[in-house]
Ligand binder design. Structure first.
Ligand code: PPE
Length: 303
C-alpha cells in the first residue's frame, strides 16, 4: 500500500509509522469493531468527499447496532476526516474510519473496553483492477454463504463480518476467478465480497433486498441515478441462474465503484463485455464523483 504522512488517532494526527496499538486491543481478538470506506475525488473545486454525511451516519449506525458509544460527535468525525486529508496533502484518496475497542479488558463482554477511533487515508486506485473496470471481471458463486441477519448484523459494517468476505475472496482467487458472489442463507444472490450487485434484463435493473447485504451507499446512488435516467429499478430476490441469463451484471461499492461482470461460473454474461447500461452508469457516476454534474453536486463535500 502507498504510505502517507499522518493518521488521525483519537483526536491527534500521528505519524504513519507510529500509528500503533497494544497487542491486547480487544477488537484484534474478537472482531468487535466497526469501520467505513469512503472516497475523496479530485474535482475542479479541489478534493471532494463523496457522500460524506451518509458514510458518517452509517458509521454511527454501525456503532449503535453494536452498542459502541463513539466518544466523538458526527461533526467532529467529519472534520477529522477533512483534516486528515489536508494534513496528507492528497487530492484523491480512500478514507478508512475505524472504531475499535482498545486495550483494557479481555473476554467476550465488550462493555469493559475503551472505545478508540482512528482515521487513515491513502491513495487507492482501481480496486478490482483496470482490466475489470474496462472489460468486466470473471466471478464465481462462493461456497461460503453470506451472513444471516440474526448471526451477524448485516446493516453494520462490522470488522468481524469481513472474515466471511475474505474466505470468499481467497477461494475465488485461488480458483482463478477475479471475485466471489455470495448467496444468502436462503440461496438467493446477496452480494460480492465487498460490493453490492445489480442485474440488468431488458433495461430493467434489479438488486437484492437489503437483508443479508450491506446496503451500500454506492448502491443507493446508482438506484437514484438509474431512476433519474428513466430506468426501472427494483429490489427483489435474484437466483444464481438469473445471473447466468442476465443481459448485464455489475458490482457497486466505494472501493470497486461500478465494475462490470462478464462471466459467472464459466457462463458468459450477455455479450461477454460491459453492457450499454453498465457503461452509461459508469460514465455518469465518474462525472458525478469528479464534480462534472451539477445536478448531483449535493453528493460532494469539499474539504
Ligand atoms: N457490501 C459489502 C460487503 C461491502 O464491504 C461494501 C463496501 C459494499 C457492499 C458496498 O458499500 P458502499 O461502499 O457503501 O457502496 N466495501 C468496502 C470495503 C472494501 C475493502 O476491501 O476494504 C468499500 O468499498 O469501501
Amino acid at each position: 500500500m502507498q504510505e502517507v504522512d499522518k493518521i488521525w488517532m483519537d483526536g491527534k494526527l500521528v505519524s504513519w509509522g507510529k500509528a500503533n496499538i497494544h497487542i491486547l486491543t480487544h477488537t484484534l481478538h474478537y472482531g468487535f469493531g466497526v469501520f467505513e470506506g469512503i472516497r475523496c475525488y479530485k474535482t475542479e473545486e479541489g478534493p471532494a468527499i463523496f457522500r460524506l454525511n451518509e458514510h458518517v451516519n452509517r458509521f454511527f449506525n454501525s456503532a449503535h447496532i453494536l452498542k459502541i458509544k463513539l466518544p466523538f460527535s458526527k461533526e467532529k468525525i467529519s472534520d477529522a476526516i477533512k483534516d486528515t486529508i489536508k494534513a496528507n496533502k492528497l487530492d484523491e484518496c480512500y478514507i478508512r474510519p475505524l472504531a475499535y475497542l482498545g486495550y483494557g479488558a479481555m473476554g467476550l463482554n465488550p462493555l469493559n473496553s475503551p472505545v478508540n477511533v482512528a482515521i487513515a487515508v491513502w491513495p487507492w486506485g482501481v480496486y478490482l483492477g483496470e482490466d475489470a473496470l474496462t472489460n468486466g471481471l470473471r466471478a464465481k458463486i462462493s461456497s461460503f454463504t453470506r451472513h444471516h441477519s440474526n448471526i451477524s448484523m448485516t446493516k453494520a459494517k462490522v470488522v468481524g463480518n469481513y472474515v466471511n468476505s475474505s474466505l470468499a475472496t481467497m477461494e475465488a482467487k485461488e480458483m482463478g476467478y477475479d471475485e466471489a458472489i455470495l448467496l444468502d442463507p436462503r440461496g438467493y444472490v446477496a452480494e460480492g465480497s465487498g460490493e453490492n450487485i445489480f442485474v440488468v434484463k431488458n433495461n430493467i435493473l434489479r438488486t437484492p433486498l437489503p437483508d443479508s447485504i450491506l446496503p451500500g451507499i454506492t448502491r443507493a446512488s446508482i438506484m437514484e441515478l438509474a431512476n433519474d435516467l428513466d430506468y426501472d429499478v427494483c429490489e427483489g430476490n435474484i437466483t444464481r441462474d438469473e445471473l447466468y441469463i442476465a443481459d448485464e451484471v455489475f458490482l457497486t461499492g466505494t472501493a470497486a465503484e461500478i465494475t462490470p461482470v462478464r462471466e459467472v461460473d464459466g457462463r458468459v454474461i450477455g455479450e461477454g463485455k460491459p453492457g450499454l447500461v453498465t457503461k452509461k452508469l459508469q460514465i455518469e457516476f465518474s462525472n458525478i464523483v469528479h464534480g462534472k454534474n451539477e445536478k448531483y453536486s449535493r453528493w460532494l463535500e469539499c474539504l
